[in-house]
Design a binder for this molecule. Sequence first.
Ligand SMILES: [Zn+2]
Length: 423
Amino acid sequence: MASAAFTSPLAEQLAEDVLERFLRYVRIDTQSAYGTGTMPSTEKQLDLSRLLLSELEEIGLDGVRMDDHGYVYASLPGAENVDAIGLIAHVDTSPDVTGTNVQPQVLRGWDGNRNELPAEPSQVLDPAEHPALAERVGHDLVTTDGTTLLGADDKAGVAEIMAALAYLKQHPEPRHAPVNVCFTTDEEIGAGADHLDIGEFGARYAYTFDGSGLGEIETETFNACRVVVTIRGSAVHPGSAKGKLVNAVKLVAAFVASLPRDGLSPETTEEREGFVHPTGIEGTAEEAQVVLIVRDHDAAKLEEHLALVRRLADEIAEREPRARVQVDAEEQYRNMREVIDRHPEVVAAAEEAVRRAGAEPVSAIIRGGTDGARLSHRGLPTPNIFTGGQEYHSRREWASVQDMAAAAATAVELARVWAERSS
Ligand SMILES: [Zn+2]
């Protein structure tokens, strides 16, 4: 089958460079990890950071540097008296699925049939199950051999930004805004943009390239809290425990069982609906703990969900007054929409860039977070742009070369649109 067309001549021109870079980057294991106590959380992320450093120097950008956290920065000068825009992507991959020895394969002009991945036939790309896949018959698809994730999240974003920078450096006309780039580490463990110094970064607005389907521009995230419910019981030798033992394991289990069953969970909600989601449980008869993540796009509803967690914990405490029940909640990130709504020009420029790249802008919401959520609330409005990767954090992760090329073209067009709008 002949490969599907590209969205624009520019996308077609960028495709080969994007793919080449992408295949190079995904082979480097950059999995981040929880709880290592180091920054970045894993040393191996620096392997990609260092490669990007040398490639940025090769392209000939200014101010190429890496900081203590493995973030890589560089600047491409642009039109005079035009504010710099920021482009951001993360080098790490999810702790959920191994990223060791990624073996990418390219299915040129995919025929639309079910596709068993070569080293793990139980992993199947099935268009019947995934509408996004069914829509990409004829595309050149990149997949793994089925034993690892692909790492399109977010190496597709990294490759697209790199290809766009290389192109803009070679093609200063038509004029474009200066572009400041930052590749971050540890995004997947929720620490992505924590150490990005916005003042030093020097961009007025920024875009993360860390989304998914063609044309998507994401401006909304959850509001997010992490809650730990700790229950202290009273352990006694079970042989002489009658009337004395207060079993924290059972109390924590009772708390979890009291959570709503028919709603308010990831498995029963979609779109803007929030949830209360127990992610882990551990403990002994003496003390046990459950960790929950609480999410909602609406900040007031998030407060209601937190109040529910506290009320259910109180009920356990009332039922067993000898137990001590403690609820600790901490904010993880906030919905960026309220910030971005105050800067409609940031989204308008992205929509225009997507159109010029030959795609239709699609406004999408994120049922999760993004580096842009924190950055927006810290004063740098940062929507999230598609990358062309799909089914993230799984062994079936895949990416369309046509869509990745469209994302790279969007990055180029963004820099041009901002130059026009600033003059
Ligand atoms: Zn990502």
